[in-house]
Design a protein around this ligand. Structure first.
Ligand code: PRE
Length: 363
């Protein structure tokens, strides 16, 4: 049983692979030069979606699509960096769940900038200090990130892509479980571990922090303190993991939005999803049939509603903004017709973005 001849074949393939990778990157560089002249966007989510689909369709195994996606993510990340070193803002500090999500979306070759809040992440892109921002938007256990929804009211940024990723939380502390008196984390993360914390730390004080990684920084300094955060943050800040996978739902998943300044072009064939912010105006959300009237122009055209969320408008008590996700792209004729009808009676119909509908890493 000699491994060497097989390893020699692997060495030979690696030489070919490096050559192919460099040929691919040289083409990305060529595209970059054209984009510089034409002022084209460097990150093109709809093209990346098409690349992933073609790659998966040609895959005969044994590699699975999730692994292929990770490999291609890094190939495209290296390509983007050669075109233009993009800067990505995320809810920090380093090693937060949003940081991990941003790296999963954009790979290791780009520049990442930690922001103190979701609102600061919006502002960084609005002011041109960052090219894109990655923000958490909703969680499968805890629902919408309200702070993120509220930022869309004032902002003209567009949602250009999305990412769904499973989130596993750990209890992180320098203390053993029986000495923990305070647990810090982002409100959403504490809520995702509510029953575990009640069962194992019924006496502990739960205190909100601006992010999971910020909670680890605090827990590292304070006696009797712990944080709920990802294991990445424990490693990054050198604080021990006391208990792993403490989220109440094993398949706890968070959806992240990628925000940019220019909209994503359509893919077509039902592979796009669009987000809108709608106001019925003048207290109409409080009147019978108001919501039904808002949904009819979409339903009549077979435009599928996958999410609806209301938030207080903060203009008047009991007046709401509705955040909706629907199938299809903003520029499609059916969508345009539905929007024209909605605008007849809704004072605010704001397009937040259209982007690839992909939900799972293996899709
Ligand atoms: O096709 C492009 O526009 C490219 O820049 C190339 C490429 C790729 O590596 O395939 C890289 C980045 C874009 O986000 C999409 C695709």
């Amino acid at each position: 049983m000699d491994l060497e001849p097989i390893r020699a074949k692997i060495d030979e393939l690696d030489r070919e692979l490096v050559d192919i990778i460099n040929r691919r990157l040289a083409l990305a560089q060529e595209i970059g030069q054209i984009k510089r002249v034409t002022d084209g966007e460097v990150y093109v989510p709809e093209r990346e979606d098409a690349v992933f689909r073609k790659v998966f369709a040609s895959n005969k195994g044994p590699v699975n699509n999730e692994a292929l996606r990770a490999i291609y993510r890094e190939l495209m990340s290296a390509g983007i960096a050669l075109e233009k070193p993009l800067s990505i803002a995320y809810l920090g500090p380093e090693a937060s769940n949003t940081h991990a999500a941003a790296m999963k979306k954009f790979g290791v070759s780009l520049d990442y900038h930690a922001m103190a809040s979701v609102a600061d992440s919006f502002a960084a892109v609005e002011k041109g200090e960052a090219d894109y921002a990655v923000i958490p938007i909703e969680n499968s256990t805890e629902g919408s990130v309200r702070e993120a929804l509220d930022c869309f009211v004032e902002s003209d940024l567009k949602v250009v892509a999305q990412l769904y990723t499973e989130i596993s939380h750990a209890l992180i502390s320098n203390e053993p479980l029986e000495k923990i008196t305070t647990v810090y984390s982002k409100d959403q993360a504490l809520a995702q571990c509510r029953y575990w914390l009640q069962r194992h730390l019924p006496q502990a004080r739960l205190v909100e922090a601006s992010s999971t990684s910020r909670a680890v920084q605090i827990a590292a300094q304070e006696s009797g303190a712990a944080a709920v955060a990802g294991e990445l943050a424990a490693q990054f800040y050198g604080v021990p993991v006391v208990a792993r996978a403490i989220q109440d739902k094993a398949d706890n998943t968070t959806r992240f939005f990628i925000l940019g300044r220019k909209p994503t072009k359509p893919i077509g064939g039902g592979k796009d999803v669009s987000s809108f912010l709608i106001s019925l105006g003048d207290g109409a959300s409080d009147r019978p049939g108001g919501l039904l009237k808002m949904l009819m122009p979409l339903a009549e055209r077979g435009i599928n509603l996958s999410k609806i969320e209301s938030r207080p408008s903060k203009m008047r008590p009991w007046d709401y903004y509705f955040f909706i996700d629907v199938s299809g792209h903003h520029d499609e004729p059916e969508m345009q017709a539905a929007l024209a009808e909605l605008r007849k009676f809704c004072p605010l119909v704001k397009w937040l973005g259209s982007y690839p509908a992909v939900r799972r890493e293996s899709d």
